[in-house]
Write a protein of this length. Structure first.
Length: 597
């Protein structure tokens, strides 16, 4: 169903959020974020304005010599927190980040192609922000929402300026498929010949029939098989998977046309379940049957640095990676019993080759991630527990109230006590996987899920996205000796001094760097006490496992300085918008002081 009325005259659709007040409100907020994150990554280098009455006042000279002034608080890891209402250009208020890009394009070191695409991505991000503002809820109302509903109110990656660019989507597509649209939908399925498609599953789901018996009602499965038989095709030689309607129309119909013509790919009806897109856009939670799996589908949209497809070899390996990670947890009493960590496994997958692209290693990687599906375990919690992504703690409502402040008030705990419970829920399982097994997740705000008790006190961690975001130590460890070859071949490896970056940049820089100033402003917790609590939790864990002393030194989280990973710099200066055969990675630029040292 289209997201706006179909007309038969010259009338055009205009979203209600595109009005001056809404646009200015979203613009000035994004301009402040742009200045802060670009300064953090040293894309720009503001200098003190020399105002004795305001030592937090900074100035930045643009290409034409004009002076952009703003007030900013400096924070952990050398971060900048820019006050939106203080931004001026030669004494006049500046609210437009697009104007900043144009006026500072040489300062920013942008070539023409990058600038053109950057303006498009920034405009689209602003439009999405304005849409979110129009339906924003108070922190109190957000705290009452379920996990799936809360996701549709999140504002995106806190570090990446262009966090909702979604290149490939039209305005109508965004109104239909973006998470902030909050529209549940029924997904169509396709059948793909086993000449092109491969199935993998964990024990218990080791055959596709076992998966389909859990995911599809019997009458739906019968309908799918009847469609194949009506075309003279044997259902036993086909695999079934859902497909994103946008991907089918925009990508698969053109690029798999020969396979569709030959009957190797057969479109099927939608199943009966409603599913809701989550923050990653390509992941859908089943809202009709929450006991059924979450499904992750490729989407050839460029968003937050990469095309959001499903790499072939990683999709194939997802269940094997899940089995290995689950095996580590299940055999470790600390992880299993004391932490109660929930690992939302990617338990089944269907991988579909492209008959031509997959044989051409030099073609852009987006053409090798076109079709497939991964089924992830749903989040099952006992009565009295509830879950929210870690990212939600960074949310601030239209009245300026932080979501974290709402939860702390509901808990009845003092802010420091609540934060200590938060860190005690998050850090021990992550640290244990790092120190004991030389294995890290990427515990950024979307992958890390905080589980709370009935009083909204954090009690444990759930984590997801293994095959894309699990990395292991490049230095051999005895704990890796029993790793299956198919897992070893697909997991990325990093040297020990960089492996810790996944916790630093994913959690400490990527989440706590923003959470600490919120706690200072709204919970009266000074940054020094915030970071002291984090450090104390790390030291408490190390004292709990003194036999791992050599690992604490090998994977040193308390080193005085760490490398500065950069996400925005990648788009502006390294990869831009060019096609490449491999996925890009975060840039490294200099070092920053470690507040945990």
């Amino acid at each position: 169903m289209p997201s706006f009325p179909v007309t038969h005259d010259s009338a055009l659709f205009s979203p209600p959020e595109l009005n001056p007040a809404a646009w200015t409100r979203a613009s000035v907020r994004l301009l402040a974020k742009t200045l802060g994150e670009f300064a953090y990554e040293e894309i720009v280098e503001p200098v003190p304005a020399g105002d004795p009455g305001n030592p937090d006042r900074y100035v930045l000279r643009l290409d034409d010599g004009s002076a952009l002034h703003f007030t900013a608080r400096r924070g952990a890891y050398g971060s900048w927190r820019v006050s939106a209402e203080t931004i001026t250009l030669d004494g006049e208020a500046l609210t437009d980040p697009l104007d900043f890009l144009a006026r500072g394009r040489r300062l920013l070191g942008l070539d023409g192609a990058t600038l053109g695409h950057l303006i498009r991505e920034l405009s689209t991000t602003l439009a999405a922000d304005a849409r979110l503002d129009r339906t924003a809820l108070t922190a109190a109302r957000l705290a009452d929402l379920g996990y799936a509903e809360l996701e549709g109110h999140q504002t995106g990656h806190p570090w990446l300026v262009l966090n909702k660019g979604r290149i490939g989507f039209s305005a109508g597509d965004a109104a239909r498929w973006a998470p902030e649209a909050r529209r549940a939908t029924r997904l169509p399925w396709i059948a793909v010949s086993t000449d092109l498609a491969s199935y993998r599953g964990v024990p218990g789901l080791d055959t596709p029939d076992r998966l389909y018996a859990r995911e599809l009602d019997a009458e739906v499965l019968d309908t799918f098989h009847a469609v194949l038989r009506a075309r003279g095709l044997d259902p036993g030689t086909y695999l079934l998977l859902p497909v994103h309607p946008w991907q089918w129309d925009e990508i698969l119909l053109p690029l798999y046309a020969p396979a569709i013509a030959a009957g190797a790919v057969v479109p099927l009806p939608a199943d009966g379940d409603l599913r809701m897109p989550q923050q990653s856009i390509r992941t859908f939670l089943n809202t009709s049957r929450p006991d059924r799996h979450t499904v992750k589908l490729p989407l050839s949209v460029l968003n937050t640095l990469v095309w959001r497809g499903l790499p072939t070899e990683r999709t194939l390996a997802a269940p094997a990676v899940t089995s290995w990670v689950h095996g580590l947890r299940d055999a470790d009493p600390f992880l299993r019993d004391e932490c109660g960590v929930i690992l939302l496994g990617e338990v089944a997958s269907v991988t579909v080759e492209h008959p031509l692209y997959d044989r051409l290693p030099e073609v852009p990687y987006q053409y090798k991630e076109l079709l497939g599906a991964i089924w992830r375990e749903p989040l099952r919690l006992p009565p009295g527990e509830r879950a929210r992504t870690l990212a939600s703690l960074l949310h601030t409502d239209p009245h300026g109230r932080a979501f974290v402040a709402e939860l702390v008030e509901r808990s009845g705990l003092a802010p420091l006590a609540w934060l200590q419970r938060l860190f005690a829920s998050l850090l021990p399982p992550l640290l244990h996987f790092l120190y004991r097994y030389g294995t890290v997740f990427s515990p950024h705000g979307e992958n890390a899920i905080v589980v709370y008790d009935e009083q909204d006190v954090p009690v444990r961690l759930a984590i997801k996205d293994f095959v894309d975001d699990v990395n292991i130590s490049a230095r051999p460890l005895p704990e890796h000796d029993a790793m299956p070859d198919d897992v070893r071949s697909v997991l990325l490896t990093e040297e020990p001094d960089f492996l810790t970056q996944f916790i630093h940049s994913g959690l400490f820089v990527g989440v706590f760097r923003y959470l600490a100033p919120l706690c200072e402003e709204q919970l009266a917790v000074p940054p020094s006490e915030f970071w002291a609590l984090v450090r104390a939790e790390i030291l408490r864990h190390q004292a709990r496992f003194p036999e791992l002393k050599e690992r604490f030194e090998l994977f040193d989280l308390l080193t005085p300085r760490i490398e500065r990973l950069c996400l925005n710099r990648n788009r502006l200066h390294l990869d831009g918008y060019r096609d490449r055969p491999d996925r890009p990675h975060a840039a490294v630029h200099g070092t920053v002081p470690n507040p945990l040292a």
